[in-house]
Ligand binder design. Structure first.
Ligand SMILES: [Zn+2]
Ligand SMILES: [Zn+2]
Ligand SMILES: [Zn+2]
Length: 132
């Protein structure tokens, strides 16, 4: 479903800030600070309160997912993506999406527990190119 339809279905209008924040999030998972700086790079004047408010409604509407990493900084990314994982930079907090071949991992988890495994959460930490 398009974002415009998703908003409309819940009685929200598509506004310029909403559209622009959505566009910025299409490229990569980002923290509020990164979203702000990407909006500024595009010469868009959207204040922090609006960004927070927009993200909160996007999360509520299921358009965006919020994840907290170990330093408690929230990162936002579009919700309907293929299952994937993240690498997080220990120094600057930059995040990248990665896809893994997970068959072995799932098999191992099944074999070594008595649980019926339904989901998992896995992150990798290290140093990004800039911080090395
Ligand atoms: Zn996975
Ligand atoms: Zn870094
Ligand atoms: Zn992601």
């Amino acid at each position: 479903m398009q974002i415009r339809e998703k908003l409309a279905a819940k009685g929200y209008r598509m506004t310029k800030p909403r559209q622009e924040i959505f566009n910025v999030l299409c490229h990569a998972p980002q923290s509020v600070l990164e979203i702000m700086s990407n909006l500024q790079k595009k010469k868009l004047q959207i204040d922090k309160v609006t960004v927070y408010r927009t993200l909160t409604s996007f999360v509520k509407l299921g358009i965006v997912e919020e994840t907290q990493f170990k330093d408690k900084i929230s990162v936002y990314e579009l919700a309907d993506q293929k299952h994937h994982h993240h690498v997080v930079c220990d120094t600057c907090g930059k995040i990248e999406d990665i896809e893994l071949d997970e068959n072995l991992l799932e098999e191992a988890a099944k074999k070594s527990s008595t649980f019926q495994i339904k989901s998992h959460h896995l992150e990798f930490f290290g140093l990004c190119r800039k911080c090395r």
